[in-house]
Design a protein around this ligand. Structure first.
Ligand SMILES: [Zn+2]
Length: 250
């Protein structure tokens, strides 16, 4: 496997530069790592303070009908902490909503807005709620509540009972976007960190990583798939391997 050098992308990447603070808002443990893991790793190494907000408890993340849900929730929390440490993220926050049953609501929007005000990120990264044919309801609900939460967070007359000051992030980056217009290159160094962070989620190795925990061969296969996904993502914007996003300005 080869990935290109970061230098190749100078000029078309990173108009944002490295933010001082970033907040990821993912439906499940591992979503932010898939969508933006290499970008997060590079930013963290460059001094960005990263908080990872995980909306659901991950309690449906198994194909084993006999799985103990309490055990699974505890295991996935631990995996998330390991993945965050691997990426260099400083904080993880779990909202603890029930996996697979998340619904958009003004309460969810408010909970997320409050986290945005508390952590005061320059950049928010989340699911594209308008991605066509996005099957997972948690991804749709999280993306929409996150985008709407950014609006609530920035309005001084919203959430006045919380004792928090309004906060307007500089940018929102939507991963797995239908119409990406923002690119962060993925070189070998940050690819490796992203892969390592994903592999921390060993409970998900069967369901979302092609049995990557099973053998070196399976892990290599998964790494190849991830690399091809980066190549495909970057090629849409005429670049090499990359994580791409739709960028919104709140
Ligand atoms: Zn997910």
């Amino acid at each position: 496997m080869t990935t290109s050098n970061y230098d190749e992308f100078e000029g078309q990447a990173s108009a944002l530069g490295t933010p001082n603070r970033a907040l990821t808002i993912g439906a499940h443990p591992d979503d932010a790592e898939f969508g933006a893991g290499a970008t997060l790793a590079r930013w963290a190494d460059d001094g960005c303070e990263i908080t990872m907000l995980i909306v659901t408890d991950g309690s449906k993340g198994s194909w084993n009908p006999d799985e103990d849900r309490a055990d699974l929730i505890a295991r996935r929390k631990k995996e998330q902490t390991e993945a965050a440490n691997t990426l260099g993220a400083s904080t993880t926050v779990h909202l603890g909503e029930v996996d697979g049953e998340l619904e958009y609501s003004s309460r969810l929007r408010r909970d997320i807005a409050l986290q945005i005000r508390l952590h005061r990120p320059d950049v928010v990264l989340t699911h594209d709620p308008w991605q066509r044919y996005q099957l997972h309801p948690d991804h749709r609900a999280t993306g929409l509540a996150a985008v709407d939460g950014v609006i609530s967070a920035r309005e001084p007359l919203a959430l006045t009972d919380t004792g928090t000051d309004a906060h307007r992030p500089e940018a929102v980056l939507l991963w797995s976007a239908d119409e990406p217009d923002y690119i962060e290159p993925v070189n070998q160094q940050w690819f490796d960190v992203k892969l390592a962070a994903l592999l921390c989620h060993s409970s998900q190795a069967v369901t979302s990583m092609g049995d990557a925990a099973d053998s070196d061969a399976k892990r290599h296969e998964f790494a190849q798939r991830l690399h091809h996904w980066h190549e495909k993502s970057g090629s849409v914007l005429g670049a090499g391997p990359a994580e791409t996003f739709k960028r919104l300005t709140p």
